[in-house]
Design a protein around this ligand. Structure first.
Ligand SMILES: [Zn+2]
Length: 132
């Protein structure tokens, strides 16, 4: 039996505070860590959510977007401090990935980290969908 944990809105943002967001999340989550070319360099820790579970509160005008490779992922980062606190991931282009490292302190406990082999994205994505 799967018990759905109660969720409530948590807040977070970039380093300088220009970009602020809220995400609907349980108090304890399993994070995803990806070893693709960009996640590895930025140390990003993913919480991937439906778009209804994400709200941009402040800073839309400060956000700059970077894309590469397939162009599906939209890497939104703060043009002031350079921190990517959330973005649109290739694996869920109709949702968001929030950087758990950018949540305000003490709101979410990371119970575990699941590795995603983004260096072999197509195979890893198929495996995650249960297709291989
Ligand atoms: Zn910033």
């Amino acid at each position: 039996m799967v018990v759905e944990a109660a969720m409530n809105w948590k807040t977070g943002g970039c380093h300088c505070g220009a970009v602020r967001f809220a995400v609907l999340s349980p108090d304890e989550v399993e994070a995803k860590e990806c070893n693709c070319s960009i996640c590895r360099k930025s140390g990003y820790l993913h919480l991937i959510v439906e778009k209804e579970r994400f709200r941009l509160l402040e800073g839309a005008e400060r956000i700059t977007t970077y894309s590469f490779n397939t162009g599906t992922a939209k890497h939104h980062f703060c043009s002031v401090c350079g921190v990517k606190s959330f973005y649109v991931p290739r694996s869920k282009p109709d949702g968001y990935s929030v950087n758990l490292r950018c949540l305000d302190d003490g709101q979410v406990r990371v119970a575990g980290i699941a590795l995603f082999d983004g260096q072999h994205w197509e195979d890893a994505f198929a495996a995650a969908q249960g297709k291989v």
